[in-house]
Design a binder for this molecule. Structure first.
Ligand code: 6GU
Length: 234
């Protein structure tokens, strides 16, 4: 899978590309990522950003460099252009799995107040939000999306069952986990985990996962309800 990222801050991605599961995906050749500096697509006197028409605080990323950068990336990346923004479709495990099936994607990272809408109309294929809060740029969102997506690229997790065992793979939050020592400040690890009884351990984990989900995210246990019909009630 190939990621091309358009950003004013390519250096933010360097440690992310090198470390952990994501780092191994890239060093092992299972995925590749390149960053493009948006400023390199500015021509003449105009910069990457300008003041918003109609006034107000902050700056807006100008359409021309964004369009030029996206179109340059499209020459090498056949995937969709994703724009991280709080107004997008909310990112989820299902979206991550969906994106992992693609040969690649181009991620356009906004800064300041956002990107000139006309560039988005012309070239953004999908808008994704991490949730109901504002990040100061799309870069950290792009990293979250790449991390979640790469976990579903075959071969990235050593054990293909790992993705399923983690929270959401099975539709539930994960059971709590423990390691040595057996007792920490008077708190003992659950005895069943030390029993060697694999069926009992599996059962315990499933029960804890269901409990944890019921307590913290009951919405995950009940399938989405249809909106109330206007004909009913009132
Ligand atoms: Cl995806 N981008 C930005 N800039 N802010 C966000 C977000 C994304 N998701 C939540 N807030």
């Amino acid at each position: 899978m190939r990621f091309d990222i358009i950003t004013l801050f390519p250096e933010l991605f360097l440690p992310f590309f090198r470390c952990g599961v994501v780092g191994r995906a890239f060093s092992g050749g299972l995925a590749r990522a390149e960053t493009a500096q948006l400023r390199d697509y500015c021509e003449g006197a105009h910069g990457a950003d300008d003041r918003p028409f109609g006034g107000g605080s902050g700056m807006v990323l100008a359409a021309a460099p964004v369009l030029a950068a996206v179109r340059d990336m499209r020459k090498r990346n056949a995937g969709p252009v994703i724009y991280p923004t709080p107004r997008g479709e909310v990112f989820s495990d299902a979206v991550a799995r969906d994106l992992a099936k693609l040969p690649g994607c181009i991620i356009l990272c906004g800064r300041y107040r956002g990107v000139d809408e006309r560039a988005l109309e012309a070239e953004a294929d999908r808008e994704i939000s991490l949730g109901d809060y504002v990040l100061s740029g799309g870069e950290t969102a792009a990293m979250a999306v790449m991390d979640a997506v790469l976990r579903y690229v075959p071969g990235v997790l050593g054990n293909p069952l790992s993705a399923e065992e983690d929270s959401f793979g099975g539709g539930l939050l994960d059971a709590p986990c423990y390691t040595r020592p057996e007792v920490v400040e008077g708190r003992a690890a659950p005895a069943v985990l030390l029993s060697g009884d694999h069926a009992a351990i599996r059962e315990w984990r499933q029960a804890r996962a269901r409990e944890m989900t019921a307590e913290r995210r009951p919405d995950l246990l009940s399938p989405p309800q249809p909106p109330p019909s206007k004909m009913e009630g009132g």
